[in-house]
Design a binder for this molecule. Structure first.
Ligand code: MF3
Ligand code: CO
Length: 254
């Protein structure tokens, strides 16, 4: 993949993406407070959409390639892209991943969090924490002059060291005036390649998806929901980041 195809953002564009990121962070904070046993996944989507619009944003996932909701809600062995439903109710002991994107004045942010529903097992707690921390291990390498797959390798290494596996069939992505821009960002190190050179002005959505068991996944017949093949749980953590003029990363969606 050639670097010239990655769009570098101006300070003005970054200002809009910062606002998009700040709003999305607040939406996630509010969503985290309504996660409890008994709530339906559709209710989560409704509340999320309401708050996104309240902030003057557009939910970017709604109708994206036909996706029917604003928030992806994925429970336990669902990896990503679960579709909210009135009759799907969170239960004590579940883990639930919420993925959301907003558009503010034409610019996108994209972020995901995984939450505990009530009291969860220690192993589930560890899965959530390792997934989150793998993102932070990755962005230590999100510095101008490094190569993209330095980030990928750091995420993979941390996850595997902790006995979990990284999903291979889904990746992170560039982001900006579109939800998905170049480059693709694997959370594992592709063999023999370092990936594009990281440069100031790049904006990236880095999103490790971590399985408690093995990495293979199925795509369900609803065309969206991704589940683990072995039925073990999966967690997701994502932020939109920016590489500053000084070469250092800034997290826009925290
Ligand atoms: N974070 C996910 C992604 O980057 C969310 C997309 S879900 C969709 O692909 F509904 F918009 F497709
Ligand atoms: Co994304």
């Amino acid at each position: 993949m050639r670097n010239e195809m990655i769009k570098l953002k101006s300070e003005h564009e970054i200002g809009l993406m910062r606002e998009a990121g700040k709003i999305l962070a607040e939406v996630h904070n509010r969503l985290s407070e309504i996660i409890e046993p008994g709530i339906s996944t559709l209710e989560i989507d409704r509340r999320g959409e309401e708050w996104i619009r309240e902030f003057g944003c557009i939910p970017s996932f709604l109708n994206y390639e036909g996706y029917p909701a604003s928030i992806c809600v994925s429970i336990d062995d669902e990896v990503v892209h679960g579709i909210p439903k009135e009759n799907v109710i969170l239960r004590e002991g579940d883990i639930v991943s919420l993925d959301a994107g907003v558009i503010y004045q034409g610019y996108h942010s994209d972020a995901a969090r995984t939450h505990a529903v009530g009291r969860i097992s220690e192993e589930n707690q560890r899965l959530i924490e390792v997934t989150r921390q793998s993102f932070f291990e990755g962005i230590k390498y999100a510095v101008a002059g490094n190569h993209l797959y330095d980030i990928s390798a750091a995420i993979q290494k941390y996850v595997e060291k902790n006995g979990f596996s990284i999903v291979r069939d889904l990746v992170g992505h560039g982001i900006g005036s579109h939800l998905h821009e170049e480059p693709q960002i694997p959370n594992f190190k592709p063999r023999f390649r370092r990936g594009p050179l990281l440069k100031p002005g790049m904006t990236l959505a880095i999103e490790p998806m971590v399985n408690a068991g093995d990495w293979p996944v199925w795509f369900l017949d609803d065309d969206w929901t991704v589940v683990t093949q072995d039925g073990e749980n999966s967690a997701h953590y994502e932020n939109t980041i920016y590489i500053r003029p000084n070469g250092e990363p800034e997290i826009l969606s925290l």
